[in-house]
Write a protein that binds this ligand. Structure first.
Ligand code: SF4
Length: 403
């Protein structure tokens, strides 16, 4: 299916959809309006889904006309929608910079989680992540971030009838490292938590980070959203390989910063530790035992994510028995452990599989393709894998050809 919304390429008028409540109030104050005007507009846009100033009938006609002249209300354009057999939905959006990014809706009983992207690509290049292989183009604007939530609500029918599948939780676990786009992500979080906008609970908005330590410290006093740490390894040696950012901010510094943030909240909150299990890499019993010791004094919940395979990676999913053993060791050590079920894999929407189409400014994809092709004769990667799935080189070429 193909969907288009109004293009966001026109003038540099302020785009009100991405303004945090504070910034919207400041803009309107500069136009001579009282603070309640900002609350009215927030409700029209984010609670009722209205983008046409003319329809905002509790605002004077004169001011509506001025808003239409001097400002704009534009979510990012939607390019495609994919519906998975298990109810998940993936959308591809176009960014102002010309890249495409993805967001995923995951229904689960009464809960509906939207996984949003914060960057077009990612600079961090974690070894198990499809987004990292795409290179990096740009930070998403606040309008492009909150616009994902707005679009998902519209697409799911939530604005029209107030019912339908709801977005009850938002997780910053899509493409990009949210804390490297700090200000825009925080503006979007402000809107998610504001009662006049999305009104979500602070426990239902989760910022997931690979470990940008100074930015975790900056979160204290700026937000009280939930925190998830993408750990993936129980020691620095292994984490240096899987999450290269660890070389700059090792595990000890990461856990200390998280502790400081949680202490700043003034109430008991447990962060989520995310651990992607990769066969033969970090899924051994000894890794589970090491993890149990590492987190002994760090109250948290642990989310185990069996690696979701993609063509450009040689990593493999763990066996069910190693997943069970790993989980069992942590449970016996007293941890609350969840195993993330694979959702949306028929539309490549599972965790770690999001790619979009990034206009890579880092040339990382080019270098990776060159390495892949050079290694192909030895690894048999140029030929198709035999199971009908394309080889890594073919996939990259297909992506290069894609519009
Ligand atoms: S796992 Fe997250 S931080 Fe790491 S490369 Fe992927 S998007 Fe970036």
């Amino acid at each position: 299916m193909r969907h288009e919304t109004r293009a966001s390429t026109r003038a540099a008028k302020p785009n009100l959809i991405g303004l945090s409540p504070g910034k919207l109030a400041a803009l309107l104050a500069g136009m001579g309006e009282k603070p309640f005007r900002a609350r009215q507009i927030l409700r029209w846009v984010h609670r009722r889904g209205e983008l046409d100033f003319a329809a905002m009938t509790d605002i004077s006609v004169k001011f509506r006309q001025r808003l239409a002249r001097e400002t704009t209300l534009e979510p990012p354009p939607l390019r495609h929608r994919f519906n998975a057999g298990d109810g998940c939905v993936k959308w591809i959006l176009k960014t102002a910079s010309g890249s495409s990014v993805e967001m995923v809706y995951i229904p689960d009983g009464g809960r509906g989680t939207l996984c949003v992207s914060s960057q077009a690509g990612c600079t961090l290049d974690c070894s198990f992540c499809a987004t990292g292989k795409q290179g990096f183009d740009s930070n998403l604007t606040a309008a492009e971030i909150i616009g994902q939530v707005w679009l998902a609500r519209r697409e799911l029918g939530g604005f029209e009838n107030g019912g339908g599948p709801a977005v009850t939780n938002v997780v910053f676990m899509g493409m990009g490292e949210p804390l490297l786009n700090f200000d825009n992500v925080m503006d979007a979080v402000d809107l998610l938590l504001d009662d006049h906008a999305y009104g979500l609970s602070k426990r239902r908005v989760t910022i997931s980070t690979a470990g940008v330590v100074p930015a975790i410290r900056r979160m204290a006093g700026r937000t009280d959203a939930a925190l998830a740490l993408s750990l993936h390894a129980p020691n620095d040696e292994l984490r240096d390989e899987l999450v290269p950012l660890n070389r700059k901010y090792p595990i000890k510094a990461l856990l200390e910063a998280a502790r400081e943030y949680l202490a700043s909240l003034g109430e008991r909150r447990e962060p989520l530790i995310e651990y992607t299990l990769i066969r033969g890499v970090n899924d051994h019993r000894r890794h589970a035992r090491e993890l149990a010791v590492l987190l002994r004094d760090f109250p948290c919940k642990i989310n185990l994510i069996p690696f979701n395979e993609f063509s450009a990676s040689e990593y493999r999913r763990p066996s069910d028995s190693s997943l069970g053993n790993f989980r069992g060791i942590l449970v016996d050590a007293g941890y609350t452990v969840m195993v993330r079920s694979t959702r949306g894999d028929d539309i490549a929407a599972a965790c770690g599989q999001l790619t979009g189409a990034v206009r890579d400014q880092t040339r990382r994809r080019e270098r990776l393709l060159a390495r892949t092709v050079a290694a192909a004769p030895a690894r048999g990667l140029i030929a198709s894998a035999g199971d009908g799935s394309p080889s890594a080189a073919e996939s990259f070429r297909a992506e290069e050809r894609a519009p």
